[in-house]
Write a protein that binds this ligand. Structure first.
Ligand code: NAD
Ligand code: MG
Length: 393
């Protein structure tokens, strides 16, 4: 029986995770569920899964959730705040932690799970972008394990050799190929990109996801973050990482071997597949995802990404190559820019401008402890906020 903490249970990945968990009551027990503000949704999840703890953002939300649970005779204990996230991610009886909080806010709890030697089901790619070196070191030091939930990295994980050692050459691997849908604006007129609205940007053609990652997919910053994620997860040098646009999102990523073989993982675009793969390992378990219907797959197409259309992807490549704290700066600036865009304060095309501005104005030293990284993250957020303010109107 696996005992799970689901960080970010009320989000898109959290809900998909609980859907898979509910299909296997004899395999999984829920220790804790966390959510930030969607208290009614979290209450319903507590009633269904009876976790020992539920964690919310603040005292006010905690009081509301406690009242809802008591009305329904649910014994789940309610906690709040950052330390509570860390506590439920590292509690002794927990065997696995789904890290599905969005943004750098998910970093301290994911890191705590690593320090506690847990198996971490990692959806929160920002953890590896902000603190890749530190996170990977922490995993190794504490005998913890990371299993990739992000569909591309999960696909790569599935098609790499079972005994993959972290050395591409030793396994005859030429490169790792990340596929990208290209998002909703792959073919839009470049002259109209500045007028794109938040409603248009969050409508992804294939995937149903949270708002932040949906905007990241539209700018292709998501693929940029995923390049950095793949670099750390698979010990892959930047020059061995390829990105190919594949608008149908059926091939979730590939590994190119030196003999000319390319191994791919295919499936319908539904996050329950990678979630079930990781939760079930080493066995395959039912995920509820429909079988892939090849008769409807007449058209699988591919093209190269265009940096003029997707400047955020170029910025992410640059940050990956620069190394050190550049990916942390990239991520913090992007989180603010996306929030400002979603709030209607800046234009879609300003997102890349904010990120570029912050990258240009930071000393990109190498940081390897959580306090320094979080201080830099905070500092860049302020800078991104100020620069966004100067773009308004
Ligand atoms: P979402 O916005 O749907 O959910 C985010 C969750 O995090 C919610 O439960 C929310 O309550 C919680 N949260 C938000 N801010 C918080 C904070 N400051 N402190 C604590 N909790 C907070 O996001 P999502 O789409 O489920 O994505 C979650 C993570 O998974 C992201 O890092 C994303 O990049 C990654 N991911 C998502 C998908 C997908 O299909 N949705 C695919 C691959 C990777
Ligand atoms: Mg992905």
């Amino acid at each position: 029986m696996q005992v799970l903490t689901i960080l970010g249970a009320t989000g898109s990945i959290g809900v998909s995770t609980l859907d898979v968990v509910a299909r296997h009551p004899n395999r999984f027990r829920i220790f804790a569920l966390t959510g930030h503000h969607q208290i009614d949704k979290l209450a319903a999840q507590c009633l269904q899964f009876s976790p020992r703890f539920a964690v919310v953002a603040n005292a006010q939300n905690a009081a509301k959730l406690t009242q809802l649970l008591q009305q329904n005779h649910c014994a789940t204990e309610v906690l709040y705040g950052e330390q509570a996230l860390i506590d439920v991610a590292s509690a002794d009886e927990v065997t696995g932690v789904m890290a599905a909080i969005v943004g750098a806010a998910g970093l301290p709890s994911a890191l705590a799970a690593a320090k506690a030697g847990k198996t971490i089901f990692l959806a929160n790619k920002e953890t590896l972008v902000v603190s890749g070196s530190l996170f990977m070191q922490t995993l190794a030091q504490h005998n913890a394990r990371v299993l990739p939930i992000d569909s591309e990295h999960n696909a790569i994980f599935q098609v790499l050799p079972r005994d993959y050692s972290g050395c591409l050459n030793a396994h005859g691997i030429e490169s790792i190929i990340l596929t990208a849908s290209g998002g909703p604006f792959l073919h839009s007129d470049l002259n109209n990109m500045a007028q794109i609205t938040p409603e248009q940007a969050v409508k992804h053609p294939n995937w149903s996801m949270g708002k932040k990652i949906s905007v990241d997919s539209a700018t292709m910053m998501n693929k940029g973050l995923e390049l950095i994620e793949a670099h750390w997860l698979f010990h892959c040098p930047p020059e061995k990482l390829e990105v190919v646009i594949h608008p149908q999102s059926v091939i979730h990523s590939m590994v190119r071997y030196i003999d000319g073989s390319v191994l791919a993982q295919l499936g319908n675009p539904d996050m329950r597949t990678p979630i079930a793969y990781c939760l079930g390992l080493p066995e395959r378990i039912q995920s509820g995802v429909n079988a892939l219907d090849f008769s409807k797959l007449a058209d699988l197409s591919f093209c190269e990404p265009d940096f003029a259309r997707f400047p955020c992807l170029k910025l992410a490549y640059d940050a990956l190559n620069a190394g050190g704290s550049a990916p942390c700066v990239l991520n913090a600036a992007n989180e603010i820019a996306v929030a400002e865009f979603l709030a209607g304060h800046i234009r879609f095309t300003d997102i890349a401008r904010v990120v570029a501005h912050c990258l240009e104005h930071h000393d990109l030293s190498s940081l390897n402890n959580i306090d320094d990284l979080l201080a830099l993250d905070k500092n860049v957020r302020q800078q991104a906020q100020t620069f966004s303010g100067s773009l308004k109107g």
